[in-house]
Every structure is written in C-alpha cells, then in structure tokens.
Design a protein around this ligand. Sequence first.
Ligand SMILES: Cc1cc2nc3c(=O)[nH]c(=O)nc-3n(C[C@H](O)[C@H](O)[C@H](O)COP(=O)(O)OP(=O)(O)OC[C@H]3O[C@@H](n4cnc5c(N)ncnc54)[C@H](O)[C@@H]3O)c2cc1C
Length: 288
Amino acid sequence: MTTTLRAAAQPYQPFALRVARMQRLSTTFVRVTLTGESLAEFAGHGLDQRINLILLPADADHEAFARRPDWLAAWRSGPPESRAPLRVYTIRAFRPAALEVDVDFALHGDGGPASRWAGAARPGDQVVMIGATHGHPVTDVAWRPPPGATRLLLAADETALPAAAAILEGLDRPATAFLEVPARDDCLPIGGPASITWLVRAEGQRLEPVLRAHLDAVAPAAAPTDVDPAEDDIWDVPEHPAGSFYAWLAGESGTVVALRRHLVGERGVDRSSVAFMGYWKRGRAQQN
Ligand SMILES: Cc1cc2nc3c(=O)[nH]c(=O)nc-3n(C[C@H](O)[C@H](O)[C@H](O)COP(=O)(O)OP(=O)(O)OC[C@H]3O[C@@H](n4cnc5c(N)ncnc54)[C@H](O)[C@@H]3O)c2cc1C
C-alpha cells in the first residue's frame, strides 16, 4: 500500500510529544525517544536535520499549544527571559512506522534547561518539538556536499555527534571524520564507510591540533587568504558548494570558527567548500 502525504500549510509546525523511553548511552549521552500521533505529519530528512525543542512548564497544555495557529506569537509574547526555553537539537533517528524520534542529548549538568530536562526525563514527560512538515523544500539540513566531492571532512564535538553520526551512517562514499567527546565511553558505534578518529577530551585530545596535523600530512599548505574577522560569524552553510573537497565543521563556536579560519585563511580552501556551524557558545546560553 502506498501512502500519499499531503503537503502541510506551513513548512514547520509544533508537535506535542511525550517521552516514550530514555537510554543512557555513555558518560555524556542520553537518548530520549519521543513519540506522538502528530509525528505522522513530520518530514524526516535524515542527515543533520535540526529541530527546536520548546520546554513548556510541565503542567502546561502541550497539545493545546501545538494546535494554536499563533503558537510562535504566543511563545514570543512577553520578554525573552520569561519565555519557555527553546533549544536546537538534531534528529538522531526517525521511525515513521513507530511514530518515534530519537534525540541524543550531550548532558552538561544542570547549567542549562535542556540538559537539565533531558537528564531528568521520564516516560510520559511532555515536550514541544518544532519540525519540518511534508511538501516543502528542505531547509533544516546543512550537510550539502557537491555530488562530485571525493574528499569529505567532518569535525564535530559531542553536541554535533548525533548530527555527524547520522551523516556518516548515510554516506555512500568514504569520508574522514574527527570527533571530540568528553569521555572514552562516549566513542559510540557509528556505521558507514568513513574513517573516524575519536578524540577524548579527558585524555587531553583536542580537535584543533589534531585536525591541523592531519591536514599537514594530507594537503600541503596553500597561499594564505585574507579572512575578514566579520566572516568569523558562527554559521555559514554555502548554498552552492563546488569542487572535490567539502568540509562540515560543527560544535563549540570558538573551535569551529578557528577550524574554518585555518582551512580558508591558512590553507586557501574555497569558502564555498566549508560549512561551519557553531552549535553552542561557551559561557553563553542559547538565545530565546
Ligand atoms: C543545529 C544544532 C543542532 C544541535 N544538536 C544537538 C544535539 O543533537 N545534541 C546536543 O546535545 N546538543 C545539540 N546542539 C547543541 C545544544 O543546542 C546546546 O548545547 C544548547 O546550548 C543546550 O541547551 P541548554 O539549555 O542545555 O544550555 P544553555 O541554556 O543554552 O546554556 C547554558 C550554559 O551551558 C553552556 N553549554 C551549552 N551546551 C554545552 C555543552 N554541550 N557542554 C558544556 N557547556 C554547554 C553554555 O555555554 C551556557 O554557559 C545543537 C545545536 C545546534 C545549533
């Protein structure tokens, strides 16, 4: 039987979901499986597909909020500090038949509402997910290598590990990945054809020096290029990447800006071949 999916009116909508189960994966990661009938309307794109989670008060009517056509205005009303926290996460897996999504949270203690929520999550807890709907262009995926690219490079910290893992497991060609995590047991199994180098922060291993050394070994330095500090924003996903090399860098903002600067400024890599995404900023909460 084939099912015809109806295009939704809006490209994104709120989904009122409940925690089905949690699984502690490692020192840092907890996988929270969310479920809800409305996931039939969710368009799962795979790869590094991002979603927003809105953490309403536990006793709020999540279903009623998600049904409101003016949910965004309702959430935005009032000063930012009084809004329910909204945080960006990645769909680690989507099982449409079971109406389930997995979100892997890198816990960082009680310092942020999302980490606190995930660390304490229990079956039945509610959350609102803002996600894509059927029948609209894909705008929530940043991984867009040129079809002909043969040299694929990924660098990620623990916040971007769920995104990197989903990308790596879907790859149809080799890639080189550098993944930095807090603890040894955070080096979770990832399938696919990529060559993965794990860096364990607790053991003094860090992305930046290791990636520089790797590039020294595989690609001679090119003529340096000027990088205007104004370009050191925290997010750039080139619309039309070209060429045989493509880099995807995601994680703590300071680190990904430095890595991108190294590739573009010191190695002469074309800007349009580097997607870099600051997933979080040290010492600064995500903006509501
Ligand atoms: C596109 C995208 C996809 C993302 N996907 C994921 C994902 O799948 N899994 C995931 O775990 N994270 C993911 N993140 C990162 C996550 O959104 C941030 O870590 C977020 O700040 C967590 O919110 P919070 O409420 O816990 O902390 P906030 O209230 O935002 O921050 C509070 C404090 O904690 C610090 N902080 C935030 N994150 C960390 C951290 N990981 N380690 C140490 N200190 C931290 C901040 O600097 C701040 O000082 C993603 C971010 C983006 C932009």
